[in-house]
Design a protein. Sequence first.
Length: 71
Amino acid sequence: MTVLIWVGAAISVLGLAGVVWSIVGVARARRQGLDDAALRARIGRMMPVNLASFMSAMLGLMMVLVGVILS
């Protein structure tokens, strides 16, 4: 079960990196001073990345929890 813990931790780290990437992308878009429509389009493109990142982080943490419980 140690492998499950480490794989889950790696997936969680990748999810966290995706969340940070989406935050940085939206912050850059806000700093560029885009108009409202362009800013909404940029945020709309980053939303699936953000949701997928949160999902992978959640799945990774669930894998860690299951690995800890089973070991």
